[in-house]
Design a protein around this ligand. Sequence first.
Ligand code: FIX
Ligand code: ZN
Length: 443
Amino acid sequence: MRTALFKSTGQVPVSRDGEPLTDGQISSAVEDVLAATQFVDIHTHLFAPAFGKLGLWGIDELLTYHYLEAEFFRSSDTRPEEYWSLSKREQADVIWRTLFVENTPVSEATRGVVAVLKAFQLPTDRPDLAEARCFFEAQSIESHVRRVLQMAGVSIVVMTNDPLDPEEAAVWLKGVADHRQYRAALRLDRILCNWSSHWQVLAGQGYRVDERASGKSAAEVRRFLVDWYERMQPVYMAVSLPDTFEYPQETVANRLLKEAVLAACRELDLPLSLMIGVRKRVNPALRLAGDAVGRADLRALENLCREFPANRFLVSVLSRENQHELCVYARKFSNLMPFGCWWFMNNPSIVEEITRERIEMLGTSFIPQHSDARVLEQVIYKWNNTRRTLTPILSDTYRLLSEDGRGVTRGDIQRDVTRLFRSNAEAWTNLRAPVSGSQAQSS
Ligand code: FIX
Ligand code: ZN
């Protein structure tokens, strides 16, 4: 089947909106519409060029992606501590040799690197990285970003921005130009999941907080969030929560969640993104590659949606077993928006199951995917894989509808794909609001 790669035509093929499509026409219409529609990438770890070295790109970063590091340790005798002592280039070389030369790159993450090389017409079977390095080293980041997002069919990328990361905070405090294709998301993990190690940073910045988050602490954290809202103009606030997350429960984190974060989100009209189910560092030796998954008790989410009907919750769960429950909860709470097939879920076999059950239970009222890209060029393979996986799913859906008695037009398909991959996200966040930063870069 032709891969529905994003085409740079920039316009949707002429639509014969009024004519119901025949079964034979449905699949190619779905493929065309997916290929020609620019998507919003609602969650990534990418950074706009103005953030300098915080933004990862190029072949060495692609190969040292923590997904590939986890796979590397399974196919090499190299011990983690030996690997961590290597330079970035040496790490990339040993991963390339082990996973792409000595073994066939059949996993999702290795095949993704192959797809990126192919997208730039680079050889995908060389014994070393010389030619690829030469190509990426010749790119200038501004034009490379434009080209990569255009190849991926992505118009807007939402970053993950941590005001308590000293390196990133310094960039924001110096003043950073807006980029029309990147928007911020205010990340709260250090506040909600590691208060004991970070409350002093806020105290040091003049916020009257203490370790037990007593007294005015919650109000002061809310003031901290509003201050960073002014700087970042985030489209949502976000936190990744463990599988053990419970609500209600008398904890400092839950008090700050309720009295500072949810209150600030209502004040600023922002959704809160909850990413639930991670088990951090189950194997610390693998560092970022050492995280795993646990099934969460989603009654915590049920309680939050019911107790805070004026808040909007943008939710992704990491356990496959939690996906069906998330769909059911989305049917019960219209302030709950499921999004993405997160991390260990972002594999075609599981994306297919999750997406089919979401369409069956939610229609088009959800956000099917995000890339979670950490390295710029990953959006190329992650989003074209999404187009490839979604084509048969949406085609089957429309064929069933047609069989059951309602014809489907290209206009229907365009409306649905736009809702799934753009307007659901835009309606839930500030994405439609123009960035009001100092100067929006022209690029
Ligand atoms: O919490 C998160 O945003 C996770 O997506 C990351 O911590 C994780 O490392 C990742 O990049 C998964 O794709
Ligand atoms: Zn992420």
